[in-house]
Design a protein around this ligand. Structure first.
Ligand code: FE2
Length: 345
């Protein structure tokens, strides 16, 4: 076995015990188990054996360029940019030193997504929809992998043990073994200058780790790449088949292309061992707020107080000031976080 060792209680777990009640921890664990089950239903790509992982060994990416914060700078904003536990300051992003996919594997995905595969036929690209301050007509087009049977099978049967092993090599804090990883979303994204679908605004993703794999050569388009906000406003541009991995929570954007087409395989990964307590606490809080709306006057206060406690715990657990209802709470508390247009009611 080349992934061994016992499961180490990570810092996140130790902090959790200090902040959350045993009941809340149990609720969040249950919520996480159900999230993992939902992923397994949608993408049944987890029943890999040790043999599968061993067989992938010759093709896994062992070496990754490490991207860290320059957190010595005075203007470094911890609340906005520090990666959440179990990721550290040096874990902002990783870029593979070798390709993770071969040119042939990249081509299978592009051809099928573009309707060049006769068996699959032509599937319409989905509009990404207006998101993160980018209007819908400028957002890159999406093709969920589950609509592409040949690519689905290629990833499931051949590539995923390699990808999971490579991710653990890049970030050993996110899982002690590749079998702990699950796919929570998988899609091909196409940025196409001629169609005007050229970019995606600054945002955070929802799962533990995001994997971006360049499917075509950077010479086939101008501009493009991924901007990691805390790092620089200069986009990271990948060679064909290479991967950029980052904690899902790190703020990033798809930079505009100005000509040509750019294809990216994006995988959202969940780890069985990383429970995003802040996210689940935010969900409980929003649920309490929802119940409060329909409650009698006597019951409202109790529900709102419960919601406030969950929000407070979410904040203590590293909940982000620019996510969900946090910006509104910050603004109301006079904490100076700038109010966005959507909050100006
Ligand atoms: Fe993203």
């Amino acid at each position: 076995m080349f992934f061994s060792g016992t499961l180490v209680e990570n810092q996140n777990e130790i902090l959790v015990e200090e902040i959350l009640s045993p009941r809340t921890i149990a609720m969040n664990k249950e919520r996480h188990e159900s999230a993992v089950l939902s992923c397994e239903k949608m993408y049944p790509w987890y029943n890999f054996t040790d043999r599968d992982f061993e067989d992938s060994r010759p093709s896994i990416v062992e070496s990754w360029h490490k991207y860290s914060h320059n957190h010595e700078q005075e203007n470094y904003d911890q609340a906005l940019h520090r990666p959440q536990l179990p990721f550290g300051l040096d874990d902002l992003a990783r870029v593979s030193c070798q390709p993770l996919l071969t040119p042939e594997e990249c081509q299978v995905l592009i051809d099928e997504a573009d309707g060049m595969n006769k068996e699959t036929g032509k599937q319409p690209w989905m509009e990404g929809g207006a998101r993160y301050s980018t209007p819908s007509d400028r957002v890159g087009a999406l093709m969920p992998l589950e609509r592409l049977p040949k690519s689905f099978n290629l990833i499931n049967q051949q590539l995923l043990p390699r990808i999971f092993c490579s991710v653990v090599k890049a970030y050993d804090c996110c899982a002690s073994h590749p079998s702990e990883l699950r796919i929570g979303g998988a899609r091909v994204v196409r940025y196409d200058a001629a169609a005007g679908q050229v970019e995606l605004g600054m945002h955070r993703d929802f799962l533990a780790v995001t994997v971006n794999i360049a499917l075509n050569e950077p010479s086939e388009f101008e501009g493009g790449g991924t901007v990691v906000e805390a790092l620089s406003d200069i986009p990271i541009r990948l060679q064909k088949g290479h991967a950029l991995i980052h904690p899902g929570d790190v703020r990033h954007a798809g930079s505009s292309i100005t000509s040509g087409s750019r294809y990216v395989l994006v995988l959202f990964l969940m780890s069985k061992t990383i429970i995003p307590h802040d996210r689940y606490l935010g969900e409980w809080a929003e649920r309490c707020m929802g119940i409060a709306v329909g409650s009698s006057m006597e019951e409202k206060e109790s529900w709102l107080q419960t919601a406030a406690k969950y929000y407070s715990d979410a904040y203590s657990m590293g909940g982000r000031i620019d996510r969900g209802l946090f910006p509104w709470f910050y603004h109301r508390a006079g904490l100076g976080f700038p109010m966005s247009k959507e909050m100006e009611i």
